[in-house]
Design a protein around this ligand. Structure first.
Ligand SMILES: C[S@@+](CC[C@H](N)C(=O)[O-])C[C@H]1O[C@@H](n2cnc3c(N)ncnc32)[C@H](O)[C@@H]1O
Length: 229
């Protein structure tokens, strides 16, 4: 079994492929709908649970477009949209996020800034009156393993905020995933891998749990921003 298949099992087990609680998701859906969007575009949508929530709650005037390179995730998103009777107001496009040129009233990008070449590049690129974005930052001093694994990231929320402001956004909200959100995400993700019940899966899940505990728990942060132009 490949590492990719093991990662897919982890991703399939979580509702969002990010440390995001249902409570925060509900708040972000409200934040998107406050901007009275016609079109919401999610860049790097994965299975697009947040986008589907916005479209479902937003009613007839709201359309959603999900962009991702992962066609299996898009197929799942599309099937879920149909099952929730919002298939006619959603579309999913297998495309590099930077190649999509359609207009957006609200732009979303959660954990997918690498598609744009990083957090600052993503914020400069997104065009919408409101953006809801989330990305990694260092909440505490990273060790060498963290730097080798995740690379250079903004140091602290003030640096995250400064990057958003420099890209021309007004920061309406800025917050970080809690340790409870992180623990729930990591536990569910690793359990999804372990559920494959092979030696390789158990080892992969155990390694991930050890890396989290010993290196990035409380160190790798995940920042949530609601931004306006
Ligand atoms: C960490 S996952 C987050 C998925 C989703 N936003 C969520 O919160 O559940 C990052 C996503 O970005 C997608 N991605 C990576 N590179 C991409 C690119 N160049 N263009 C579009 N999507 C990309 C991946 O396929 C993956 O679904």
């Amino acid at each position: 079994m490949t590492d990719r298949a093991l990662r897919e099992a982890g991703a399939a087990a979580v509702r969002f492929n990010a440390p995001l609680s249902d409570e925060r998701a509900a708040h972000l859906i409200e934040a998107a709908l406050t901007a009275l969007p016609g079109v919401v575009v999610d860049y790097g949508c994965g299975r697009a649970e947040l986008l589907l929530g916005i479209v479902a709650q937003g009613g007839a005037g709201v359309r959603g477009v999900g962009i991702d390179l992962d066609e299996r995730a898009l197929d799942t998103a599309s099937a879920n949209a149909a099952a929730r009777e919002i298939g006619e107001r959603t579309s999913f496009v297998a495309l590099d996020a930077t190649s999509y040129t359609g207009a957006a009233d609200v732009a979303i990008s959660i954990g997918a800034s690498h598609a744009f070449g990083g957090f600052a590049a993503m914020l400069q690129r997104l065009r919408a009156s409101r953006a809801i974005v989330a990305d990694g930052f260092w909440a505490a001093a990273p060790d060498q393993w963290c730097l080798d694994t995740f690379g250079e990231l903004p140091r602290g929320l003030p640096e995250v905020e400064a990057i958003a402001a420099a890209a021309g956004w007004d920061v309406a909200e800025l917050d970080a995933s809690t340790l409870d959100e992180w623990d729930a995400f990591e536990d569910t993700w690793a359990a999804g891998v372990a559920a494959l019940k092979t030696d390789a899966a158990w080892e992969f899940a155990a390694t991930r749990a050890t890396e989290y505990r010993d290196h990035y728990r409380g160190v790798l942060g995940f920042a949530w921003l609601v931004l306006d132009r």
